[in-house]
Design a protein around this ligand. Structure first.
Ligand SMILES: Nc1ncnc2c1ncn2[C@@H]1O[C@H](COP(=O)(O)OP(=O)(O)OP(=O)(O)O)[C@@H](O)[C@H]1O
Length: 286
């Protein structure tokens, strides 16, 4: 399989005097002889919003797992918030891909969010407990979850559970926020609320955001750069560099047209393997 290195010029200006929040150098991930990506050089600067796009199975979640320390690279190096990724890295906030929680789970919403604040330590002391409550309440309010914070999480709707996951990821003041399709199962109003919240967080606290999504349009105004993965190939660049007919046709190895309508991007492909379930991909079979 041929593997492509990004040819797009690095769009993000170097961080003056500061280290990258996420840094991958000559990174490779392969399962057996299946190469997901190779030669991946990527520095995400503090405060940057990087959208990670690509069809099913292109390795987006695997990239998140590498950054979380759950998956080893097959080659190259990775650093997150200045250190090699490890399971207990407190500087990472993670919003996992939506999965319904066990309906019998007795945990309340506010307990789930609290795990993001101090799931790793015990014995906070009275002042600590007060501060914890304040922070958890603040995070719950920010995602509009105060009204159902005391209900068992297993009985909440998918969208309500997802808002709690967002609060859990943000309550620990992360340096790096990893989001794996966080808008799935949210209605439009809550999609907007959650993306606004994530955007506000990175602006206020310089949190780097890596945002896996199948649907670029809801976050397009927030995106600084795009990492687009397709079957072992990738491109990194500004949205206007990556989301072009020429670049995507090269990446997919097929005739792909990128159409912009009223500020939205639509991708029209020639092959059904161009990920049919992607809302921004409209298929035109020949
Ligand atoms: N531990 C593993 N061992 C072997 N293959 C794996 C492993 N984890 C993932 N894969 C395979 O690697 C490919 C990439 O998976 P990944 O979940 O990263 O894709 P994705 O881009 O997030 O896909 P989707 O859009 O469907 O969520 C898939 O074909 C998957 O089956």
């Amino acid at each position: 399989m041929t593997v492509e290195r990004s040819t797009a010029p690095p769009a993000a200006p170097p961080v003056p005097g500061g280290a990258a929040a996420v840094s991958l150098t000559d990174a490779r991930l392969a399962y057996g002889d299946r190469v997901l990506w190779d030669g991946l050089d990527l520095d995400v600067r503090p405060g940057e919003f990087l959208a990670v796009l690509g069809p099913n199975g292109s390795g987006k979640t695997s990239l998140m797992r590498v950054l979380l320390g759950l998956q080893k690279l097959s080659g190259g190096t990775v650093n997150v918030a200045g250190e090699p990724p490890g399971k207990g890295n407190r500087r990472i906030g993670y919003i996992p891909q939506q999965r319904a929680l066990d309906p019998t789970l007795a945990l309340r919403g506010r307990d789930l969010v609290g795990l993001g604040y101090d799931g790793h330590r015990w014995g906070l002391g009275v002042r600590g407990i007060r501060e914890r409550r304040r922070r958890v309440d603040e995070a719950l309010a920010a995602v509009g979850a105060t009204g159902f914070a005391n209900r068992p999480v297993g009985l909440l709707s998918g969208g309500e559970q997802q808002r709690l996951r967002v609060a859990q990821a943000l309550v620990g003041d992360p340096t790096v926020l990893l989001c794996d399709e966080p808008l799935l199962s949210l209605d439009l109003a809550h999609q907007r609320a959650v993306s606004t919240l994530i955007d506000a967080r990175r602006r206020a606290a310089d949190t780097a955001v890596l945002f896996v999504t199948h649907e670029i349009n809801p976050v397009l105004p927030l995106v600084d750069r795009i990492l687009y993965l397709v079957d072992g190939h990738f491109r990194i660049g500004l949205p206007e560099e990556v989301m072009t007919s020429e670049t995507l046709s090269q990446l997919y190895g097929a005739d792909v047209a990128v159409v912009r309508v009223r500020g939205q991007i639509h991708v029209v492909g020639a092959h059904s393997d161009l990920c049919e379930d992607n809302p921004h991909h409209h298929l035109a079979e020949h």
